[in-house]
Ligand binder design. Structure first.
Ligand code: GLY
Length: 401
């Protein structure tokens, strides 16, 4: 165990008024952040040359419209939070500005990922009014995809080829966070109401009795009726598929629903999802899941992104649940696995990404067993949450308390 002073900056970032004290930081976390900072520096050169943000080695640097554009600026904001260095604040602000027009774009639900990870984190750390307004603008844009009949947000646009009239994907649960924050920032309760209705319908129609879910559920926008479960990611049988990143999105989503509402039904739901994951016979010993929990006969690849999202969610859940230590220990195990040589990049390699062995979409043959910027983002977020918990610091700013 190593002690550091710099993480004392976290006190400032969350606005707590406690005196600075020495922070505890295990060596494996110190090493992980050294790698993260070095890789982010290497990546920054490419980013500034192009004005684009990284998605993966396979898909390269992408324009702001890509669903992943918020994650790299988000990592830079987290590095500012961790180090307190002005340089990271400046770099984060510069890269966040690449996404400026995205706050108005309602072409899919991913505006939540784009804007909350970039502008949202920027606001929490700087209280910059422009960032706050961007979060509200993005919530307005996301709300245009809500339909009173289905009582959900339409994640993607209708698709004749797939016979989707009103597709909702489990990933959409993540973007409810933006709506709650926008209500706090603007006083407009309609954002929160939409988030709650979406979460309620998703519990009812997306989940099976074992608390697993498929990727896609299609609704009829004219009547609001459930049409069917389907897949785009994960295994191709929507009755059985349990795409591992999707299960992590749901776990994280219902945990944040409890944070935002204090409604115990969401805590119970998150714990039921957690039980599905923790007790699953196909969960590997190192707790970095295969790409789908229910596809054991298909050549298996891990998904480090599913592991990182799950670790971050378990850490938050550990602060609410009666048996919180179970979730804390699971998260710690995942983070130690991801911080081992098996998954953590050797500095200067891996295309400046942090984690190895992440899988985008296995059956589409896209970004299989490679790098993914969102694996890196949630890994960094989980490490910061881990440090806050072991140092008895709150996970969220006052606006969440
Ligand atoms: N949100 C898209 C994915 O998780 O692949």
């Amino acid at each position: 165990m190593w002690t550091i002073a710099l993480v004392g900056f976290i006190h400032q970032a969350v606005g707590a008024v406690q005196p600075e004290k020495e922070e505890q930081q295990p060596d494996w976390v110190t090493h992980a952040f050294k790698v993260i900072e070095g890789q982010a520096k290497g990546m920054l050169k490419e980013v500034k040359k192009t004005g684009l943000t990284p998605r993966s080695i396979e898909r390269g640097l992408r324009p702001s419209e890509d669903w992943t554009s918020g994650f790299y600026p988000g990592i830079l904001w987290y590095l500012y939070e961790y180090t307190g260095k002005d340089q990271w604040c400046k770099e984060a602000a510069q890269v966040t500005a690449y996404l400026e027009k995205e706050q108005y774009s309602n072409h899919d639900h991913d505006i939540g990922f784009r804007i909350y990870c970039s502008y949202g984190n920027g606001y929490l750390l700087t209280q910059e009014a422009h960032y706050k307004q961007a979060v509200v603008n993005a919530a307005k844009a996301l709300s245009t995809r809500y339909n009173e009949k289905t009582q959900t947000i339409m994640s993607w646009n209708p698709n004749e080829q797939r016979d989707w009239k009103y597709p909702v994907i489990i990933d959409n649960m993540m973007n409810l966070e933006l709506l709650f924050e926008a209500t706090r920032f603007s006083g407009d309760n309609s954002f929160t109401e939409i988030a709650i209705k979406h979460a309620q319908q998703t519990m009812k129609f997306h989940y099976r009795s074992d608390f697993s879910c498929p990727h896609v559920v299609d609704y009829d926008p004219a009547t609001g009726a459930f049409r069917r479960m389907d897949y785009n990611n994960g295994f191709c049988d929507p009755k059985r598929a349990a795409w591992s990143r999707g299960q992590s999105w749901g776990l994280y989503g219902y945990t944040l629903m409890y944070r935002e509402t204090s409604d115990s039904q969401y805590l119970a739901f998150a714990e039921n999802i957690a039980a599905f994951l923790l007790d699953h016979p196909n969960m590997p010993e190192d707790m970095v899941p295969y790409w789908d929990y229910h596809a054991p006969k298909i050549p298996t690849m891990r998904d480090a992104s599913a592991a990182a999202i799950m670790a971050s969610a378990f850490l938050e859940l550990s602060t609410y649940a009666e048996d919180g230590n179970r979730y804390f220990k699971a998260a710690e195990k995942i983070l130690k696995s991801l911080s081992s040589e098996q998954y953590l990049a050797h500095p200067g390699t891996n295309g400046h990404y942090v984690l190895k062995h992440a899988t985008g979409n296995y059956l589409n043959g896209s970004e299989v067993d490679g790098t993914l910027i969102y694996a890196d983002y949630y890994y960094v977020e989980a490490l910061l949450r881990y440090l806050k918990i072991i140092n008895d610091q709150p996970l969220f700013t006052q606006s969440h308390e």
